[in-house]
Design a protein around this ligand. Structure first.
Ligand code: CIZ
Ligand code: SF4
Length: 281
């Protein structure tokens, strides 16, 4: 299984390519008892949480998400202690240890529905770790969240200037960006959505040209699905080095040696699963 941000050579050897939510759904339904997961550590953990009986392998154990690592379990415990009435929603980009402390989990694809649903039952909501995603959701659903100072260093490289420059060159292009981008970028986009949302939108849109604001490797999939459409990367610098740690050679090594297996303590497994299972898919 490969995440949408994997390099084209990895996407090409994968049986399935998708986002966290789609891959989780696939992992639950697939018959295979071993899953080689090509992505970063928290994603492989999420697959293990959803399919505890399957062996989940991450071809490079150092492929981690810097944003997920921006909040430690102790930080979250301290934040929760300051807001004892609040419930906690975590973005899927968080470690299993962090998820074990949370009540709900969301991805960029289902975040608005989950936030709206939570708001019907809870007044105070802590949303960690992505401050940009929290700000975007807050504006959409008109609710104040208690947030954390995390953000994705890759999406942070995409600037308003990048978008303006490309829009001037290609005035007919639709601007589609990920909600992990800065608020100044999401504010001017035509569409703000997850990578799966981008794929759905481009396939059904009557437009031909698109400016895409997310990790650059998504272009491989978008071009493959829409050979007649034209894509411009908002920033060529938006490359996630951790995603790129997975290579076809490491996948082969992983298959031959059954490495590196994702293991979780029974306590983390039980608590983090509860938060994941609240998430519809
Ligand atoms: O949920 C995911 O897979 C991430 C991190 C990005 C996206 O929007 O697909
Ligand atoms: Fe984490 Fe950003 Fe890389 Fe996604 S693109 S894995 S959020 S650092």
């Amino acid at each position: 299984m490969a995440h949408n941000y994997q390099s084209p050579d990895v996407q090409e050897v994968a049986d399935v390519v998708g986002d966290s939510l789609g891959l989780r759904r696939e992992a639950v339904n697939v018959k295979a008892d071993i899953i080689v997961f090509c992505g970063v550590h928290f994603q492989a953990e999420t697959i293990k949480l959803s399919s505890p009986k399957k062996k989940v392998l991450l071809p490079d154990k150092n492929a981690r998400c810097p944003m997920a690592d921006m909040i430690r379990p102790d930080d979250l415990k301290a934040l929760q202690a300051r807001h004892p009435e609040a419930v906690t929603l975590c973005y899927v980009n968080s470690s299993a240890e962090t998820k074990a402390l949370c009540d709900y989990c969301c991805t960029s694809d289902n975040v608005l529905n989950i936030a709206r649903d939570m708001m019907t039952r809870h007044k105070e909501i802590i949303f960690v770790p992505d401050k940009h995603l929290a700000q975007y959701v807050s504006a959409q659903v008109r609710h104040h969240f208690i947030t954390w100072e995390g953000c994705c260093p890759v999406h942070d490289k995409i600037s308003l200037e990048n978008i303006v420059e490309l829009k001037n060159k290609h005035p007919r292009a639709r601007v589609i960006v990920h909600p992990e981008c800065k608020p100044s970028v999401t504010a001017v986009a035509d569409v703000v959505t997850s990578t799966e949302g981008m794929s759905r939108h481009v396939s059904t849109s009557g437009h031909r040209e698109f400016i895409i604001g997310t990790e650059t490797s998504i272009i491989h999939r978008l071009k493959k699905e829409n050979p007649d459409k034209i894509f411009y990367m908002a920033s060529e610098k938006a490359i996630c080095e951790d995603m790129k740690k997975i290579t076809p050679e490491k996948i082969l090594h992983s298959l031959e040696n059954l490495s590196y297996e994702i293991t979780l303590s029974p306590e983390i497994m039980e608590k983090a699963r509860r938060c994941i299972e609240e998430m519809p898919y």
